[in-house]
Design a protein around this ligand. Sequence first.
Ligand SMILES: NC(=O)c1ccc[n+]([C@@H]2O[C@H](COP(=O)([O-])OP(=O)(O)OC[C@H]3O[C@@H](n4cnc5c(N)ncnc54)[C@H](OP(=O)(O)O)[C@@H]3O)[C@@H](O)[C@H]2O)c1
Length: 429
Amino acid sequence: MKNSFNIALIGLGQIGNYLYNELKTKSNDIYIKTGKKIKVVAISAKNKNKKRQFKIDKKIFYKNPLEITKNKNIDILIESVGLSDGISKKIVETALKNKIHVITPNKALISKHGDYLSELAEKNKVNLEFEAAVGGGIPILRTIKESLATNKITKVYGILNGTCNYILSQMEDTKDSFSNVLKKAQQLGYAEPVNPKLDLNGYDALAKVKILSALSFNKKISNTKNLMEGIENIETKDLEIVDQLNYRIKLLGITELINDCLYERVHPCLVKKNTYIGNVNGVMNAVIIEGSPVGQSVLQGEGAGPGATSSALMSDLLSILRGNIKYPFGISKNKRKKVKIYDSNKFSNALYIRMEVKDRPGVLSTITKQLSKYKISVQRLIQIPDHKKKTASIVIITHNANELNSKKFLKSLILNKNILKTPILIRLF
Ligand SMILES: NC(=O)c1ccc[n+]([C@@H]2O[C@H](COP(=O)([O-])OP(=O)(O)OC[C@H]3O[C@@H](n4cnc5c(N)ncnc54)[C@H](OP(=O)(O)O)[C@@H]3O)[C@@H](O)[C@H]2O)c1
């Protein structure tokens, strides 16, 4: 095996820029730990002259990143551009075909094209590493791939998006509105300044869930439409009501095998305040793995940010330098089967439903009639009148209700003229 490795870094944004500095300042540490020398020999970004946080060597800057992937001197390429397709896919695809090891924190790319790209890596006998794609600095993927390799994992769930967790925690603590807290999160760099939608609507967490499923259950990445709900409709009022009931609201990503069928989902959940997951607050991420014989394993840490993400990218680099050439998803592509998908309509969940209604006689009975029609039984019902506005909030906590019936019930509420706006439905976990 060679003793010195040439590295290319494409994308010098929040992550790439910080990582560039890590690669420069930690090359000696890396040598001590692996016996290998590294040298950054090529870099690329959109704009050569952009002012960056760390000084970069413009002599090694390539305007066209694809030229780098054809350079025979490159051993390891780090893609940190971040698109699910386009230039990101082209860079990774060409590099792997040219027998260059690839490291990427790009969950959008891996959750969409991970099967194809891992086949390319396998065929060309190079690594495709993506530890930073899930949970930022939390070493979750390597833990599943290596430390828990012989366990039968049945369920993985957790808080996979720091932006949403920060917003929900802040709304609870400060009683401020979703939009004000979002603005604060953007000022602090916890939420995307221009388009935070992909964090808030559950897309980012679902991409991570898909990668976790493929690794945990040794299956191909699922490509069906999943249950994906974000936090955009949650109001401070909901956090205040659930607080009284001893719950918190968390956006959870959950993947599990039910009768050997895969059920992946991302949605806000009511979690008990005295549970582990109920106490992971702020920008923190946490992942809980259930398997046999290990039982339950919990990993918690910073799920985003340049420092945490670079830590995971460096662990990928050291893995390659130590000659740890492995299948990107733990086992060979031929052994990873296509997934059978669980019919989500069959799932049962207790529900929190909040409705804003006109405060007049008979309204409650129209709601309870619909509940009984869809076989949803009530565990608790709370009415909070607003005498000034002549409205009331009706909050129902149900016993376990079938998902299909819950959807039909919610649809029937939308048609009810006494209900003033689309009800809020949050599942209990
Ligand atoms: N930010 C986090 O906390 C975090 C955490 C975990 C994972 N990640 C993942 O890390 C990746 C990078 O995220 P980021 O936050 O660093 O993104 P970012 O700040 O938007 O940086 C993107 C970089 O890509 C460059 N770029 C865009 N188009 C390009 C092109 N055609 N050719 C070459 N370079 C191009 C940009 O160039 P310019 O600088 O010249 O505009 C920029 O340097 C994403 O996959 C993201 O999901 C991020």
